[in-house]
Design a protein around this ligand. Structure first.
Ligand SMILES: Cc1cc2nc3c(=O)[nH]c(=O)nc-3n(C[C@H](O)[C@H](O)[C@H](O)COP(=O)(O)OP(=O)(O)OC[C@H]3O[C@@H](n4cnc5c(N)ncnc54)[C@H](O)[C@@H]3O)c2cc1C
Length: 665
């Protein structure tokens, strides 16, 4: 499986000239995807007239391929607002006659949950409008839908699964129960955990020639599925299996020796210290420094581990505390005999995982199914069916999402540009009872009025929407820098190459795509995942664009710039090239085998979590997310950012807090 003579694969061999349906692929059906940069339909004065893109026949964003996530058309208005350009060219807002009890900015899980909690408390007659800048609802909980070989296949375009560092709070657990989601029961019934293993497939590592000198795919010892629980460590981590793996890896003898030591030996690298003292020291050094200076590992061994933390935190081991990596289940700590459980000075995720984490379940489209269940709860007519299982295959009727016939409306392709409390006659906003929310859709600008507003959008957007906020609050909202990520779904004609090579999930420590995984084997309701390697399948590739060596927030900013400057063609080339180099020995042909590509680009991905290496230990009440989320008149703030982390349960908890703040006065 080693190719010692690098040969560049031509564009033609890669299939770059192939007419795969790249952009807005319709899967055989006509679909009118709306774009926020295209003019919207005409509206009657004062009324949203029902000719929005989402009302057009066949509108079904999950089937669109090409560049998705924060797709072209979704962010330009927000960026022009940030750059001070929007109001210079915007048309005068048309005041719509519609009046709502609540307007929610952001149609992610937090925004949908906020609408749910508001109705729960204020009554089902409450009138709620949700405004969302993307062409689909769910926020990061985005569904990618394909019809490969005529059969429905699903993947998550963002939020992957119910999996959190802490058990779901009473509030979030109650909402899940109400929606019919029992992760333990669903996982038991629907996930075929042993499926790939039974076919002889398991984890692999792809060494790329740019980093390691030669392209080489190897089956690897152990299991990285569910790496964030110590319980899931390796079934086959014997020294013998590591030796066998390392002998064939394109690594120096020193790197091989040290990886073997890190993975299999029980050395106490911090003798004479108590567990608490070791944990304290480990919380103040990066995992990279731990490997280099405490374990005294060779730099070649460190390169092998460099991107093991990228999926969890969006940065490599240079920017993650060693103690957090211990909690994530990374090796090298066996001999330290650390006491189980969290310690002071850990990140939210690591501390939670050290204490056990939450129940886990992956719907075929990730937590998009949770967003669809919430949507069904809010606008039942739009999401047919009545069970947690049938929601996976339900056809959402987008035309019903923004209908005057229902109490809750969600208006897509609508970027909010201003939120302000309407002054009373004395110009005193504190006393006023109305909020005016202004949004842009295409080239038109509208304003609506409501009794209150929840900003369930991203923290860093809020100061531009509400410039009247106190300066300290705006600075706090700017502090958190969201983590950029790319989740790509690739439709393959078959997966025989994976089968021949014996791999189902591949870690790629130096390559463009950090991991390449066959789709989850989940069967739920009428949905069936592929069983035979001859069948088409979806493959999930992930990339975290970061710049090792910089502080974490700087890495996220640099990664975001890179993402926004990367064209679809570049992503496509990297997909074909990496799959070809990884899977050539299994007979993979990038020109013939790639059937569809959806690149979910999230320049503003995970909510930022404080990193003990770079962020201070904030005094009680002084952390930026606490200062940033203060209610401002009739405007409250939700979203997972306001919980300073990136999890669905937190997005729900924050929605609940925001609604409670609004309804308690
Ligand atoms: C790639 C990826 C994978 C993830 N995987 C997991 C996972 O496995 N498990 C997990 O628990 N969490 C995961 N997360 C974290 C995820 O962010 C949360 O779980 C949750 O979905 C966040 O919901 P939210 O509503 O708070 O934010 P979002 O989903 O970000 O929703 C906020 C919405 O507000 C919109 N918005 C912003 N500004 C405006 C504006 N001016 N006008 C209108 N709308 C606006 C945004 O476009 C967005 O759609 C993942 C995140 C990403 C990016």
């Amino acid at each position: 499986m080693t190719d010692d003579k690098p040969r560049l694969i031509s564009e033609r061999e890669l299939g770059m000239d192939r007419a795969i349906p790249r952009r807005d692929f319709l899967n055989g059906a006509a679909m009118a995807i709306g774009s926020a940069i295209l003019p919207g339909g005409p509206r009657q004065a004062g009324v949203a007239s029902g000719v929005e893109p989402q009302d057009r026949p066949g509108y079904n964003p999950p089937v669109a391929t090409g560049l998705r996530g924060s797709h072209p058309g979704s962010f330009e208005i927000a960026h022009s607002l940030r750059d001070g350009m929007f109001w210079k060219t915007a048309s005068t807002p048309q005041r719509l006659a519609e009046k709502f009890d609540l307007v929610v900015v952001g149609g992610g899980i937090s925004g949908l949950a906020a609408a749910h909690f508001y109705r729960e408390k204020a009554g089902s007659s409450a009138k709620i409008l949700i405004l969302e800048n993307h062409d689909d609802f769910g926020g990061h909980a985005r569904r990618n839908e394909f019809h490969l070989g005529g059969k429905l296949q699903l993947l998550n375009g963002g939020t992957m699964l119910m999996d959190s560092p802490t058990p779901y709070s009473a509030v979030a657990a109650r909402l899940m129960e109400k929606l019919g989601v029992d992760p333990v029961a669903l996982d038991k019934k629907c996930t075929d955990h042993g499926f790939y293993h039974a076919l002889g497939l398991g984890p692999g590592v792809f060494f790329d020639r740019e980093t390691f000198g030669a392209d080489c795919l190897l089956k690897s010892p152990g299991s990285r599925e569910g790496e964030n629980t110590n319980a899931n460590r390796d079934q086959d981590s014997s020294a013998a299996s590591w030796r066998k793996f390392l002998q064939r890896a394109p690594l120096t003898d020193a790197a091989r020796r040290d990886i073997l030591r890190i993975e299999t030996q029980d050395t106490d690298y911090m003798p004479g210290l108590f567990s608490a003292e070791k944990k304290d020291r480990l919380s103040r050094m990066s995992y990279k420094d731990f490997l280099l200076h405490v374990v005294k590992a060779d730099a070649g061994a460190v390169a092998f581990y460099q991107t093991r933390t990228n999926g969890e935190w969006g940065v490599g081991i240079d920017a993650e505390p060693a103690l957090d990596c211990w909690a994530l289940g990374l090796p090298g700590f066996q001999g330290l005999k650390l006491d189980p459980g969290a310690a002071p000075h850990m990140s939210y995720s690591a501390a939670g995982y050290a204490n056990g984490g939450s129940d886990r379940f992956h719907f075929p489209d990730g937590n998009a199914s949770i967003a669809r269940l919430l949507m069904r709860d809010l606008v039942p007519a739009a999401v047919p069916g009545n069970s947690v299982e049938d929601v996976v295959t339900a056809n959402v009727d987008y035309a019903r999402l923004d209908s005057p016939n229902y109490g809750v409306r969600i208006r897509l392709n609508s970027t909010v540009v201003r939120v302000r409390t309407v002054s009373n006659a004395d110009g005193n906003w504190e006393q006023a009872g109305e909020v005016e929310v202004t949004y842009a859709s295409g080239t038109e600008v509208f304003s609506v009025r409501a009794g209150a507003c929840v900003l369930a959008c991203w923290n860093m957007a809020i100061p531009y929407l509400c410039p009247e906020l106190p300066e300290k609050q705006k600075q706090a909202l700017h502090y958190l820098v969201k983590v950029p990520l790319v989740y790509t779904s690739v439709g393959l004609r078959n997966w025989t190459a994976f089968q021949k090579l014996g791999v189902s999930n591949v870690y790629c420590p130096g390559a463009f795509w950090n991991s390449v995984n066959l789709n989850w084997p989940v069967n739920i309701g009428d949905y069936r995942s592929p069983r035979s390697p001859e069948e088409p399948i979806l493959v999930h590739l992930s990339r975290t664009p970061c710049k090792p060596g910089l502080p974490a927030r700087e890495q996220h900013r640099a990664g975001r710039m890179e993402l926004l400057a990367t064209e679809f063609r570049t992503f496509e080339r990297q997909i074909r090239d990496q799959l070809a180099r990884m899977l050539a020995a299994g007979g993979f042909d990038p020109a013939l085998d790639v059937e569809a590509i959806t690149v979910n680009r999230w320049p503003h991905g995970y909510g930022y979590e404080y990193n003990p290496l770079f962020d201070p230990d904030w005094a009680e009440g002084q952390a930026p997310h606490i200062i940033g989320r203060q209610k401002f008149g009739r405007i409250a703030i939700a979203n997972s950012d306001s919980g300073a982390t990136a999890y669905t349960d937190v997005a729900i908890d924050q929605a609940h807090r925001a609604i409670s703040e609004l309804l308690s006065g």
